[in-house]
Design a protein around this ligand. Structure first.
Ligand code: ZN
Length: 324
C-alpha cells in the first residue's frame, strides 16, 4: 500500500461561493426538509428530524471519487473542482447545441443547468442521509455490518477487509429519489423553469463528459435507466402500476424492510454483475444496452428454481405495506 490519500482540502472562499451561489437561487432548505419528511412519513418512518442546512455542507477539493459524498455520520461534502469541471462541460454543450441563440438565452440555460447540477446533487446526498441506516455487530464472526439504504457493507475486524454489495442498486434508488424530490422542490420553490431546462442537460452531460475529458462524471443516467427497467419488469410480473413498485422501493429505502432483504439476497448476485459498473471508474464507461439488460434479467429469472422471484418475494413487501 502506498501512503494514504490526502484528505480533501477545505477553503473558506469555496464555502462562501457555494453559499452565494445558492443565495442567487433563493435556495430554501426548509422546503427540501418538508418534502423529505413527507416522503419518509409516507414510507412508515416518523419525522426524521434531520436538519437540512447549507452550513453543514462541506465544500472541498480533491474528493477521491464522485462529485459529492455522504459519510456514515451524515456529513455531506461537495467537490467544487469537479463541480467547476462539470459546469465548463455544460457550457461547451450549450455552445454546441444552441449556436443560433443569443448570449442572453444561453446564459439563462447555463443558469438553469447549474441549478439542476448543484441542487439536485445536494438532494441526492440528502437521500443518503435520510435512508435507513442500521449497524449490526456479529462478534462470533468478528464482523461489523452496516445496512445503508439498499447497500450492505461488512467489515472483518481481524483482517480489516471490507466488502460491499448492492452499492449500484442503492445509488440507483437514491438518484431516482433525488430527481423526484428535486422536481418537487423546484415546483414548490417556483423554480420549475430551471428544473425543466436544466434537467434536459442531464442525459447529455455524462456522454459528453466522457467524450471530452474521459471521465464518467456522475454517471447516474445508466443506473437510473436500469433501475427503471427493473421496476417495469417487476410491475409487469405483479400486474401492478410501476408507481406502486416505486413506492415499495421507497418504503424499503426509508424505513428498512426485512421482507425485501430476502428478495435482495436472491437478486443481488445478478444485480452486482449486470448493473452498470460503479460511478467514476473506467469500468463505468462500458457500453450499456437496455435490451441486453432486459434479456439477461429474464434469463436469470428463468434460471431460478420455483416461482418467479419478483412475484413471490416482492409480494411480501406489498403485504407488509397493507398491514402497516
Ligand atoms: Zn450517492
Amino acid at each position: 500500500m502506498e501512503s494514504s490519500p490526502k484528505p480533501p482540502e477545505m477553503r473558506t472562499e469555496d464555502q462562501e461561493s457555494l453559499k452565494s451561489f445558492l443565495e442567487i437561487y433563493d435556495f430554501n432548505p426548509q422546503i427540501l426538509q418538508d418534502i423529505f419528511d413527507e416522503q419518509a412519513r409516507r414510507s412508515g418512518k416518523e419525522r426524521s428530524n434531520i436538519k437540512v442546512s447549507v452550513d453543514d455542507i462541506k465544500v472541498v477539493r480533491g474528493l477521491l471519487t464522485g462529485l459529492a459524498r455522504t459519510k456514515a455520520n451524515g456529513e455531506i461534502s461537495i467537490d467544487i473542482e469537479k463541480l467547476e469541471k462539470h459546469v465548463s462541460v455544460i457550457r461547451a454543450l450549450i455552445i454546441i447545441n444552441m449556436k443560433e441563440e443569443s448570449v442572453e438565452v444561453r446564459d439563462l440555460v447555463l443558469k438553469a443547468a447549474m441549478h439542476y447540477l448543484v441542487i439536485q446533487t445536494i438532494t441526492h446526498e440528502l437521500g443518503h442521509v435520510h435512508s435507513s441506516n442500521v449497524y449490526t455487530s456479529y462478534p462470533e464472526m468478528r464482523t461489523l455490518q452496516s445496512d445503508w439504504g439498499y447497500e450492505t457493507t461488512r467489515l472483518n475486524q481481524d483482517t480489516n477487509l471490507k466488502s460491499t454489495i448492492n452499492n449500484a442498486l442503492n445509488e440507483a434508488v437514491t438518484e431516482t429519489l433525488g430527481r423526484e424530490i428535486y422536481h418537487e422542490y423546484s415546483k414548490r420553490a417556483g423554480d420549475s423553469f430551471y428544473a425543466d431546462v436544466g434537467g434536459s442537460f442531464e442525459s447529455k452531460l455524462d456522454d459528453f463528459l466522457l467524450e471530452t475529458t474521459g471521465e464518467r462524471g456522475r454517471s447516474y443516467e445508466n443506473l437510473v435507466r436500469t433501475f427503471d427497467l427493473l421496476m417495469e419488469h417487476i410491475a409487469k410480473e405483479l400486474e401492478v402500476p410501476k408507481e406502486k413498485v416505486w413506492e415499495a422501493f421507497k418504503q424499503g429505502y426509508f424505513a428498512g424492510l426485512p421482507a425485501i432483504s430476502t428478495w435482495l439476497m436472491e437478486i443481488s448476485s445478478f444485480l452486482e454483475a449486470e448493473f452498470p459498473k460503479m460511478i467514476d471508474t473506467d469500468e463505468g464507461s462500458e457500453e450499456w444496452d437496455p435490451e441486453i439488460f432486459e434479456s439477461k434479467l429474464k434469463a436469470w429469472e428463468q434460471s431460478q428454481s420455483g416461482e418467479s422471484m419478483s412475484a413471490a418475494l416482492f409480494a411480501q413487501l406489498f403485504e407488509e405495506k397493507k398491514e402497516a
